[in-house]
Design a protein around this ligand. Sequence first.
Ligand code: ATP
Length: 461
Amino acid sequence: MELIKKSGITRNRRKPHGPAKNISSAIKKNLSPRMLKILRLCGALADQKGLKAYAVGGFARDILLNVSSFDVDIVLERECLVFAKALADKLGGSLVVYKRFGTATVVMDWCPKAKRGPVNRKERFKIDIATARVESYEHPAALPKVVFSSIKQDLHRRDFTINAMAVSLNKGSFGRLIDFFNGQRDLRQKKVRVLHDLSFIEDPTRIFRAVRFEQRYNFKIEPHTEELIKTAVRLDMFGRTQKQRLRNELILILSEPEPVKALTRMHELHELRFIHPRLRLTKGMLRLFGDIGECCRWYESSFLKKRPIDRWLIFFFAMVDGLDLAQVKALCEKFVFTKGDEKRIISCKGKADKVIRALKAKRELAPSRIYRHLEPLAYEVILFILAKAKSERVRMRVSLFLAKYNGVKPSISGKDLKGLGIAPGPRYGKILDRVLYEKLDGRLLNKQDEMRLARQLSGKA
Ligand code: ATP
């Protein structure tokens, strides 16, 4: 704790207090009937088992802000695993238990945002269930030690007053708001405020969270909290934090609808240096962010059903655009990006500029050539190219690829090739690719044309 003493900051001894208010009508207004039914079921199950159940964290905040809440975190004062099992059985959801943390998640196979149709794995409705806990930190920025506790203590370990409210789910008190730390007042005054002065020292990832909530809701980090952020940055608390946790928070920032605002604010608070000392938020980068936002909106409104994209990754490509390949590789290693993300980040660094040059060079370029340049790339890289390319010609070619060429398929298949007596093997891929390229270039008009070419290529003509 030497470091904490040095920083000159002390624990805030603000006295918690909490007038009871019932927000069940706001819950009804902001939730779908299906989600409301689930919350009532949680209350009924808790009653049956003699437990107290609360919806906590962002749930109360979003309901009070009249924002539809799709995330539900439930806290019980004890026995959360028994409760979670009963809830999964009742809802027919699958249960994932995290033994190490004593928490569980019930996962449903539907998505609260989509009315019907297939559900994207990542968007499936999840209910996180935990037992109320206190956390203590052996040293600054360490992972916390967990001990079970009361709801009041559980709320006290949270990041900001606006996230430290709970809503009772039990039948007799459904909708009762628990607010020990003036979360409602800070929501009204649009303030992001920590619960105690050591908050950012204990967990520096909260600095990112402060910026994220501030920018998302157009709030303001209140002056004392901002001072505490500056102290933590000065003490290089990021350097002491698990890099995966910082990476996760960075991904959340880049996943916000308008990440530029949050990144600008992070730059202001000198928080970008920790990613890479050479990282600067230049005017060019800000312009690129704006263009990426525009391209994503265009893509999502026209193509989302085709292939979902990781929007955050495209903004990340832009952030590291000024670094060289070796620096980007080192960064991926340092922040332990998943293999899939790392592959796309490195591919973008190595290929985006080359592809832009190739798509720009010639006045005439056959559709099959455009296709061959873009098809091997991840959609995130393609959208980055679309945003980064200044040339109208390149933009047109990328748009044509997305809107037209990438949907073209040969009418013939491996089955047809087998019918021609061609032995199955890698040749099939080569023949079908060639058929596709000729088709893209308008030289094959129907299935007969394709069969003719396949016969020629296989020597069976
Ligand atoms: P979002 O709308 O972005 O999902 P959220 O508030 O639901 O926001 P989560 O990351 O899902 O955010 O966290 C749920 C709750 O857990 C938070 O509202 C907060 O109370 C608590 N929490 C999350 N991260 C921290 C942290 N680093 N320190 C303290 N409390 C945290």
